[in-house]
Design a protein around this ligand. Structure first.
Ligand SMILES: [Zn+2]
Length: 115
């Protein structure tokens, strides 16, 4: 399961961030998932809920932001609409993917106790 390995690497990141800040509780995570990343948000949610038991993220909310696919010309940076002929009309070079394949841990909301 692709989603389980993604959750595993997210958790590694969250745990090291939490340890670095002395956080005791993680309230929520925000993750950006590109439409072409191959990640199913529903499966990711399920994997997350299974995985976080007995970790610092137990009970934390997972917020998923879907990122649409975007293409641009690698030469002139002209944005090229997905679903069209993926080539720059000016430069006649193939468009390159500029977004939509990412899996990014964007935000961690955690509680750091006052000392
Ligand atoms: Zn161009």
């Amino acid at each position: 399961m692709h989603e389980y390995s993604i959750v595993q690497s997210l958790m590694d990141r969250v745990e090291s961030e939490a340890a670095a800040r002395g956080a005791t509780v993680v309230r929520a995570l925000t993750v950006r998932i590109g439409e072409m990343s191959g990640v199913e948000p529903v499966l990711l949610q399920t994997a997350f809920e299974t995985f976080v038991e007995k970790t610092i993220c137990e009970g934390a909310a997972l917020k998923i932001i879907r990122v649409p696919v975007s293409w641009a010309c690698p030469r002139c940076e002209e944005p090229i609409a997905p679903g069209t002929f993926l080539q720059c009309p000016k430069c006649a070079v193939p468009a390159t993917l500029r977004g939509g394949d990412e899996i990014i841990l964007e935000r961690i909301e955690m509680e750091v106790p006052d000392v």
